[in-house]
Design a protein around this ligand. Structure first.
Ligand code: HEM
Length: 125
């Protein structure tokens, strides 16, 4: 799939009618329009780069979410406080989804996220 996506992106880059539109539409398009030397734009190399980002971004995020969820739901005081503090920002949900900037203003949520990231850094190594 990665190889097919890269080949398609390479074709689009050459087509003047879509090249501009596709310039920055994915990481692959970004690489293809960057000043990377030709040797580093090889389909297999870019494919490996994509797998690296997918792997690096998936396992780590999963682990951080696991840790956060475990410690929140096994500590009723923490879960209760978090639910109370998040309730206002989430009051219009699902009709209105809060912006990330609004959630950032919920101090206890930010604290829980930072604590999960602190704990995940011990568990990775
Ligand atoms: C909780 C989430 C994450 C944690 C704990 C984490 C942790 C790390 C750590 C410890 C490193 C090594 C840094 C170094 O020593 O140089 C790293 C590198 C990297 N991470 Fe993450 N990461 C997370 C999320 C992500 C996500 C979401 C992506 C991509 C979508 C990503 C992509 C990468 C890449 C590409 C590298 C290599 C960077 C380089 O050296 O060029 N990570 N990450």
């Amino acid at each position: 799939m990665a190889r097919a996506h890269i080949e398609q992106a390479k074709k689009n880059q050459k087509d003047p009618s879509t090249a501009h539109k596709n310039n920055k539409s994915s990481m692959v398009h970004y690489f293809l329009t960057s000043d990377l030397p030709e040797s580093e734009r090889d389909t297999n190399r870019l494919g490996r780069e994509i797998m690296l980002v997918l792997g690096a971004g998936t396992a780590t995020t999963t682990r951080a979410l696991n840790i956060a969820t475990y410690y929140i739901v096994t500590n009723p005081a923490i879960e209760g406080r978090l639910r109370r503090e998040v309730a206002e920002a989430m009051s219009g949900y699902p009709e209105r989804v809060p912006k990330w900037s609004e959630l950032e203003r919920v101090p206890f949520l930010t604290a829980c996220i930072k604590e999960a990231l602190r704990l995940v850094s011990f568990s990775l190594f």
